[in-house]
Design a protein around this ligand. Structure first.
Ligand code: SF4
Length: 408
């Protein structure tokens, strides 16, 4: 969105603004609350500014609430490519509209692709390239299938054209993303494996990564392709959520702990290089006993994960899990979350230790106050003093690992 708006003459600014876009989330009730809070903050900051809210929260937002909050335009999912022209029309009118303009994905949900295109990464040095949208897996705790629409894959020629454009703009790393990335190509001749091979052929593209990938999407063909593609970074984020079979079944994840362990075993077998596997844990799910939680921690240790994202469960109205029995007190979920984070810190330190004293290629991502920050191919952050150019890959000797990052 930012890339397209810049092409039309917009100038990003943190302080003074004529319009603000809120890209909203609705994955928890807390996310909804934060969206409302952010809109109110924008309205206080600039009573005459144009406020456009987009994304998942907007999909279910009532018009009366949008009016009350002072939203001028609300654009739901699969329609974000209409944001630039929606804003242009609002500005042509000269003042804020009497009531909010609403553009929303129809019901039943659209199966079309929302054609937003990236010319040059505007807010990162890496390019996040969306190749898939929508999900029909219906995990019991998740609202996403209700607000993101049915699964759809982006046209491979369109993806490759975009990768070519960002590579020519000087960007050397792409991250392929999707709501359920593993469903890419599900109804056509293309597979994720083929897509990665083609992207690796694009001149100038040195690093390829995936966003989160549901574990059941990994078959031998994909693992072998990733392992032999030099540009594919040795890191996969595979959300486990729980290591307890009863909890996994209640979550409707579609695999058991043994299935997950088998997939990880296959990855380690077919990918001889040292690989960083990170994961998500959702703790404090209805019915999760202490023993079940300990089984989850034992499994993440056994499977040799590095980074853990640990989230406390909170009921999301509209999902099956919200009406399940056995909800746990918030304090229990919070305590388990803290324990999970501590285990994650320990596992990440253990994974990072063998790199200490070695030289690693780091993509320079951020510069602030004479310090630079970037990522190694294994998705480990590095911080060092210097003034290098953003987007460059520098070879650095890492000497210390503290607070989840290397010092070079
Ligand atoms: S696969 Fe992911 S997006 Fe789809 S329902 Fe499950 S958690 Fe939600």
């Amino acid at each position: 969105m930012v890339s397209e708006l810049i092409l039309r003459g917009a100038v990003p600014s943190e302080n003074e603004w004529d319009f603000a876009i809120l890209l909203s989330c609705t994955v928890t009730s807390e996310a909804d609350r934060k969206s409302r809070q952010q809109v109110r903050r924008y309205r206080r900051e600039n009573p005459q500014g144009m406020i456009l809210a987009a994304g998942c929260w907007v999909q279910e937002l009532e018009e009366a609430e949008a009016t009350r909050l002072g939203i001028d335009a609300a654009v739901g999912n699969r329609l974000k490519s209409l944001i630039p022209e929606t804003l242009e029309k609002l500005f042509e009118a000269g003042s804020r509209p009497a009531k909010p303009v609403f553009l929303r994905m129809p019901s039943p949900p659209s199966c079309g692709w929302d054609p937003l295109a990236l010319e040059k990464p505007a807010m990162h040095t890496r390019a996040f390239i969306k190749v898939q949208d929508g999900c029909d897996h219906f995990c019991s705790y998740c609202i996403v299938p209700f607000v993101r629409g049915v699964p759809v894959s982006r046209e491979p020629s369109d993806i490759l054209a975009e990768v070519g454009r960002v590579a020519r703009s000087g960007c050397s790393e792409v991250v392929l993303t999707g709501v359920h990335l593993g469903l890419f190509g599900a109804s056509g001749p293309w597979t994720l494996a083929k897509l990665v091979e083609e992207i690796a052929r694009v001149p100038g593209m040195q690093r390829i990564r995936f966003g989160s990938l549901e574990p059941f999407a990994l078959d031998d063909e994909l693992i072998r392709t990733l392992a032999r593609t030099a540009a594919f970074c040795p890191h996969l984020h595979l959300p486990l959520q729980s290591g307890d079979d009863k909890v996994l079944a209640a979550m409707r994840r579609g695999y058991s702990s043994a299935d997950f362990a088998r997939i990880v075993g296959r990855i380690r077998e077919l990918w001889p290089e040292k690989l960083h596997l990170s994961t998500d844990l959702l703790v404090g799910f209805p019915g999760e006993t202490d023993a079940a939680f300990q089984r989850t921690l034992a499994l993440v240790r056994e499977l040799g994960f590095g980074h853990l994202h640990v989230f406390p469960y909170s009921p999301r109205p509209g999902t099956l899990a919200a009406s399940m029995e056995g909800h746990l007190p918030e304090a229990v979920a919070k305590a388990r979350c803290e324990e999970g984070i501590a285990v994650g810190d320990e596992l990440l330190r253990k994974f990072a230790a063998p790199f200490l004293g070695t030289t690693v290629p780091v993509l320079v991502e951020k510069a602030r106050d004479g310090e630079l920050k970037g990522l190694t191919p294994h998705f480990l952050p590095v911080r060092w003093k210097g003034n290098g150019a953003l987007g460059r890959i520098e070879n650095l000797r890492v000497r210390l690992f503290e607070k989840g990052e290397f010092r070079a």
